[in-house]
Design a protein. Structure first.
Length: 107
């Protein structure tokens, strides 16, 4: 008769590799808040974060195409900001001129 082994059954995906991480209080608080919100352990949260690094969608955000889109968009935003500043400056000048011409300029 075979003797049965006591204890837990063998894991399908054993976790033998260990990682030690130093973090500041802010990072620790972010991790702990996530764990509380999602009812997971710290190691499970870290494993989830690491697996997300390998997802196709995440890889897209770090791809050269995505970086190019960000750079192009930044240029448009900066140009739009410049145009807005010029327009506001022109409007303020017009308002000052109108006040001067109508005599409603307060000293």
């Amino acid at each position: 008769m075979d003797a049965k082994r006591m204890g837990r059954p063998p894991s399908v995906n054993p976790k033998k590799e260990q990682l030690s991480v130093k973090m500041d209080k802010t990072t620790e608080k972010i991790l702990d808040n996530y764990c509380l919100k999602h009812n997971v352990t710290r190691p499970a949260a870290v494993r989830e974060a690491i697996s997300r690094l390998n997802e196709e969608e995440t890889r897209y955000f770090w791809s050269p195409e995505w970086r190019q889109l960000l750079e192009e968009n930044e240029t448009h935003v900066l140009k739009g900001t410049e145009n807005l500043q010029q327009t506001l400056s022109s409007l303020l000048s017009l308002i000052r001129n109108m006040k001067t011409k109508t005599g409603s300029e307060e000293e």
